[in-house]
Design a protein around this ligand. Structure first.
Ligand code: SF4
Length: 375
C-alpha cells in the first residue's frame, strides 16, 4: 500500500511550475522579499538558468548576512556497517558483499583521537539500520565517548522513538540527521525493499520526535537521483518549514547528496547534473535564509569550491565512509559509497581562505545545551 502524503508536505500543486520555460516569472520571483513555495518552484525550473547569475548574487548576499564568510567543518565517523536493511542504492545493504564491523571501544577512541588530531571538533556518527550488533545503546555509548573529546556530536542513523532520542541527548548529542531519501512515496516503496525503513511516515515524523526529545539541530536531505529532484526539493523545503513553525527555537540544516557509485552498482533513475544541482542549492538558499546548507565530499573539489559561500555554509572534510577509516591501526571496511573530494584538512582550508572564506572548526559548545534546548 502506498503512503498518502500529508497535506502540509504534498508538493504536487507546484510541480507544473518547476517545468516553466519562461524567464519572466522567474525574474518576478526574484523580486519577492520572502520567497515562498511558488517562488521555489520557479527557481527550480529550467527557465531559472537565464537568471542564475542574479540568483547566485542574491544567495551569496543572504549567506554572508546570516553566516558571514564562515564555512563550518565536520567529518562523518562510521561506528558500524552492520545493516539488515534493503535500500537498493546503498553499499551497506544486507545483500551487498562487505566485511561487517562495529568499532570496539579501543577502535572508537582511536578514530576520535585521529579526528581530534586533524583539528576537527564537529563529528557526525553513522550506523546502519538498528540490529543486534549496533542499536541505541551502542550508539549512545559512542556519543558519550565522542562528547568527551569533541564539541559537537550529531548522529545519522535509524529512525528512533522519542525516549530513544532522549537517551542520545543525555549522552551528549546535539544533532540528528535523517534523510527521507525520496519524498515520493511510490519511489520510496520501490527503493526500500525490506526492513523498518519501509515505513515512510515513521521516518518522516522522526525529526519531530528528535526535536521533542531536546535535539537542537535537525538535518534533512533527499538522495538526489532517486526520485524527481524537483518533487523532492519542494517536499523537503515544506518539511523543514512545517517543523520550523512548531520547533522555532531549533536549528535546521539541509544537505544535497547526489548518488555516488557504490558496490551494488545502483544507477540513478533521475540523474542530477551540475547545473540542476546549482539551481537546487540557490533556490533553497533564497527560500530558507536561516537554514544551514551543507555540501559533502560526495562532490568534486571544483564544485565545492564554486559553491562555498554561495549558499553553502557547512562542508565535510577529509571524510571516510568506511568503518575504521581514520586511524591507521584499524582495519577499514569497504565504503558506503565513493567520495569525490579527497583533499586533506590543510589543503581544503587553504583553498577556502584563498576564496576569502573562513573555515570554522568549533561552532558549538555543550555548555549552551541547557539554555537553548527546545521545551
Ligand atoms: S541506507 Fe542505511 S538502512 Fe539503508 S542499507 Fe544503507 S546503511 Fe542500511
Amino acid at each position: 500500500m502506498t503512503t498518502v502524503l500529508p497535506e502540509w508536505l504534498d508538493p504536487r500543486p507546484w510541480l507544473d511550475l518547476t517545468r516553466n520555460t519562461d524567464p519572466a516569472p522567474v525574474r518576478q520571483a526574484l523580486q519577492a522579499d520572502h520567497p515562498d513555495i511558488r517562488e521555489l518552484a520557479l527557481f527550480l525550473s529550467p527557465a531559472a538558468d537565464t537568471c542564475l547569475e542574479a540568483m547566485a548574487q542574491r544567495a551569496r548576499a543572504i549567506t554572508r548576512r546570516r553566516f558571514g564568510r564562515t564555512i563550518q567543518l565536520y567529518a562523518p565517523l562510521y561506528v558500524s556497517n552492520h545493516c539488515p536493511g534493503g535500500c537498493a542504492y546503498c553499499g551497506f545493504a544486507a545483500d551487498r558483499k562487505q566485511v561487517r564491523r562495529v568499532l570496539d571501544d579501543a577502535e572508537l577512541h582511536h578514530e576520535l583521537d585521529a579526528l581530534k588530531a586533524l583539528g576537527l571538533e564537529d563529528v557526525l556518527l553513522l550506523t546502519g539500520e538498528r540490529c543486534a550488533e549496533c542499536g541505541v545503546d551502542t550508539l549512545a555509548h559512542a556519543v558519550e565517548a565522542a562528547a568527551r573529546r569533541l564539541h559537537s556530536i550529531s548522529v545519522e542513523t535509524f529512525a528512533m522513538t522519542q525516549p530513544e532520542y532522549c537517551s542520545l541527548v543525555d549522552a551528549g548529542a546535539v544533532g540528528v540527521t535523517l534523510y527521507q531519501e525520496t519524498y515520493d512515496p511510490v519511489r520510496y516503496a520501490e527503493m526500500h525493499r525490506w526492513g523498518p525503513k519501509q515505513d515512510y511516515l515513521n521516518r518522516l515524523e522522526a525529526p519531530g520526535r528528535a526535536l521533542d526529545a531536546g535535539i537542537r539541530t535537525c538535518g534533512f536531505g533527499a538522495l538526489l537521483g532517486l526520485g524527481d529532484p524537483c518533487f523532492d526539493t519542494l517536499a523537503m523545503v515544506r518539511h523543514i518549514r512545517y517543523l520550523m513553525r512548531i520547533h522555532w527555537k531549533a536549528d535546521y540544516s539541509l544537505s544535497f547528496p547526489r548518488l555516488r557509485p557504490e558496490s551494488g552498482g545502483f544507477q540513478p533513475a533521475h540523474p542530477v547534473n551540475d547545473r540542476l544541482l546549482v539551481r537546487i542549492i540557490l533556490a533553497c538558499r533564497l527560500c530558507l535564509p536561516d537554514v544551514t546548507l551543507t555540501l559533502s565530499t560526495r562532490e568534486s573539489a571544483a564544485f565545492r569550491n564554486a559553491m562555498a559561500g554561495i549558499g553553502i555554509n557547512r562542508m565535510s572534510v577529509a571524510s571516510r565512509t568506511t568503518v575504521g577509516g581514520y586511524d591507521a591501526r584499524s582495519p577499514a571496511t569497504g565504503g558506503q559509497f565513493d567520495i569525490h573530494d579527497t583533499r586533506d584538512v590543510t589543503a581544503f582550508c587553504s583553498e577556502l581562505r584563498t576564496l576569502g572564506l573562513e573555515p570554522v572548526f568549533k561552532n558549538w559548545d555543550r555548555a549552551f545545551q541547557a539554555i537553548t534546548a527546545t521545551p
